[in-house]
Design a protein around this ligand. Structure first.
Ligand SMILES: [Zn+2]
Length: 242
């Protein structure tokens, strides 16, 4: 059954600047912290919606490790843990290198997904998910990502299994580096969704995030290497995006 109710996932943009000066051992005097924002090639994988984003961020490695904290009342919610892994796997294209891998909760992970009640959810009243992402603002290198999914539907009880899967997949898209939204209603990374409708990453969604990792997807021989020290310095900014 398709609801006509649209709800916001994402025009919210609380910018919290954690002006952290990161002291790096072995990093000598000043004068080296000039802007080193990568030049994104928006012609490499097309069509895409890079031009409509605030930024295209990136990790220094892939796949991004994601873990899920299992809700205590899973049966009551009518969910199963396969929903979570399916949502993550939506970002892994057949025949292409993986963007996301799921690791058990408690093991080291890049992005941790937690399920919370509406009363403690940090997103807006109509939102179902929010991602908090920290990155070096010069180099756009992500350092941490945390995702909250609200267990309570904004309009009618518990969030449905369909909608929780969509919400997780959407927030993982942000955690992978999509800072902003598509302007195309059919894309997974559009900022609102129609409850009950099924969404998966489109070609435009894939092309957009692949553009953040050109060497990873352009050649089977190259990998995303650990960030050079010049990329991992300067102030860190934390954004919250639904
Ligand atoms: Zn969003």
């Amino acid at each position: 059954m398709r609801s006509q109710t649209y709800r916001s996932l994402g025009v919210f943009s609380a910018w919290i600047i954690i002006a952290a000066l990161v002291a790096l051992a072995g990093c000598g005097g000043g004068g080296q912290a000039s802007s080193i924002a990568p030049v994104i090639n928006d012609k490499l994988f097309t069509p895409n919606y890079i031009s409509s984003l605030d930024n295209l961020l990136h990790w220094n490695h892939l796949p991004m490790k994601v873990s899920f904290e299992t809700p205590t009342n899973m049966a009551e919610l009518g969910w199963s843990s396969s929903i979570f892994t399916n949502a993550a796997d939506e970002w892994n294209q057949p025949g292409k290198r993986a963007l996301v891998s799921v690791v058990p909760y408690g093991e080291p992970a890049d992005a941790v997904v937690k399920f919370v009640n509406r009363s403690v959810f940090t997103g807006g009243t109509n939102a179902t998910g929010i991602a908090h992402i920290s990155y070096y603002e010069n180099s756009l290198l992500i350092t941490a990502a945390n995702i909250e999914v609200c267990k309570d539907d904004p309009f009618r009880g518990t969030l449905s299994a369909n909608d929780v899967q969509f919400t997780i997949a959407h927030e993982i898209g942000h955690a992978l580096g999509i800072h902003g939204h598509s302007e195309n209603t059919s894309d997974l990374m559009f900022n609102t969704f129609d409850s009950g409708k099924q969404y998966s990453p489109t070609l435009r969604d894939f092309n957009t995030i692949m553009s953040a990792y050109p060497t990873y997807f352009s050649s089977s021989l190259q990998s995303v290497k650990a960030a050079p020290i010049s990329e991992a310095q300067g102030p860190i900014r934390t954004i919250s995006i639904e």
